[in-house]
Design a protein around this ligand. Structure first.
Ligand code: REX
Length: 411
């Protein structure tokens, strides 16, 4: 960059810092078009479009969620939106302080614990899993990294378990599985890929991650989440109480859609989530999820080396800008912003928890339903307005309309 332009860029950053941090520097703003002379000065983050977020929450309700809520945390503070109810019987309104089941967002927590153990030299990412738990897996080529990237080929036993949604759920609602029992369910199925060859999402990978954590530390996963993440970050609304079936304190009730169209919703709040454990049994609330994702991205939980490993992603859905790292998703949004986090689905609850790479903006959204993919897609529609702000098209659309109105044939 020529010296004069570099000075301009630097002074813009300094000014942004001097005005109280309200203007942020986003390293992930859309790159300038090739050949453009645009200076590379810091681009302020767009303010969240909370009306757009609210519309997406309403859309999730229109698709069958009894309620939905979202919380954004950024340089200008916290913004929340709620819609509908957290309890269909009492009629209690959705409440952003309430706790809920975060499903696979738990995978990011498990990944952090395991990557801390890598940082401590107790486990190696590219070593075979069998080196740490001899004879555990039927293939010595499966590495720790293969688990965290869903490239082990270990089949997802939950596909068969929940083939029939409500009977499948009721059969395991109060079951307590050992990790070994869950792994055996997976090993009873054909493996999906050769180790390392392809991404194939499987809960079995994070069951093995739980087994590794317990084997290496000699302590239950619950204890490791507590001492390494919940306590240091002060996450007082986050817990892992497997195999307890209830959610303590103010919480959202979850409602599962049956497969039969028009069938009555099943209250699925109480369950052990033993079928998921370290792959999906954490309970949290929006504020704690914002704190966790921001702290993670700010490097408060892992070394720079482990952050690089965790955020090194491969595409999982090129058309939609979806990627997977180590127990972490990356979504590339339409405005060029990249957000990292995870999604979750557990009976009665859909969740999205994401943050920008600099950790300055974080967002969590949840709806109290599941087995209703339209509602999940609608809920995912909160991410664009949250991180990209108001669509810049409105002004352009008005201008275009005006230009059209001025055309001779329209006069
Ligand atoms: C289990 C079935 C879904 C749910 C599952 N959940 O694998 C994990 C998770 C823990 O959160 N994964 C998601 C049930 C995909 C993620 O990473 O975002 N579905 C339901 C059925 C289908 O019963 N017949 O929708 O509640």
């Amino acid at each position: 960059m020529p010296l004069r332009r570099r000075r301009l860029a630097v002074s813009a950053t300094v000014i942004a810092a001097l005005v109280g941090g309200a203007a942020t520097t986003s390293a992930y703003a859309a790159p300038a078009p090739a050949g453009s002379a645009a200076p590379t000065a810091a681009v302020p983050s767009p303010a969240p479009d909370m009306e757009g977020v609210a519309q997406a929450l309403d859309a999730a309700m229109a698709k069958g969620a009894p309620g939905a809520m979202a919380r954004f945390s950024g340089p200008d503070g916290v913004r929340t939106r709620t819609a509908g109810v957290r309890d269909r019987v009492s009629g209690a309104a959705m409440d952003t302080k309430a706790r809920f089941r975060i499903g696979s967002v738990s995978k990011t927590f498990s990944s952090v614990v395991l990557l801390q153990l890598v940082d401590e030299g107790k486990v190696e990412l590219d070593a075979p899993v069998n080196r740490f738990v001899p004879g555990l897996l039927p293939d010595d080529r499966i590495t720790v990294r293969h688990l965290l990237t869903h490239r082990s080929g270990l089949a997802d036993y939950t596909d068969a378990m929940f083939e029939q949604t409500v009977p499948g759920f009721e059969a395991v609602r109060n079951r307590v599985f050992s990790y070994q029992e869950l792994l055996d369910l997976s090993l009873g199925l054909p493996r999906t890929t050769e180790p390392g060859v392809a991404y194939k999402y499987s809960n079995a990978n994070f069951v093995v991650v739980g087994m590794l954590i317990e084997q290496i530390t000699g302590r239950p996963v619950a204890r490791e989440y507590e001492r390494r993440i919940f306590k240091p970050l002060g996450l007082r609304n986050t817990s892992y109480v497997h195999p307890e079936t209830g959610i303590k304190g103010l919480h959202v009730r979850g409602y599962l859609h049956p497969d039969e169209a028009g069938g009555a919703l099943v209250d699925s709040t109480e369950q052990t989530v033993s079928w998921a454990q370290s792959a999906g049994a954490v309970v949290s609330n929006p504020a704690d999820l914002n704190t966790f994702m921001s702290a993670l991205m700010r490097g408060r939980l892992l070394s720079p080396r482990m952050m690089d490993a965790m955020t090194t992603v491969s595409p999982t859905d090129v058309a939609n800008g979806r990627h997977y790292g180590l127990g972490l998703r990356r979504y590339d949004l339409s405005c060029g912003t990249q957000v990292y986090g995870h999604t979750g689905t557990v009976q009665g609850f859909y969740t999205y928890a994401f943050a920008t790479r600099d950790g300055r903006r974080s967002f969590a959204a949840t709806a109290n339903t599941s087995n209703k993919s339209d509602a999940n897609t609608a809920l995912g529609g909160t991410l664009e307005p949250a991180f990209c702000g108001k669509k810049a098209t409105t002004a352009r659309t008005l201008k275009t309309r005006k230009a059209e109105a001025d055309l001779p044939e329209n006069r």
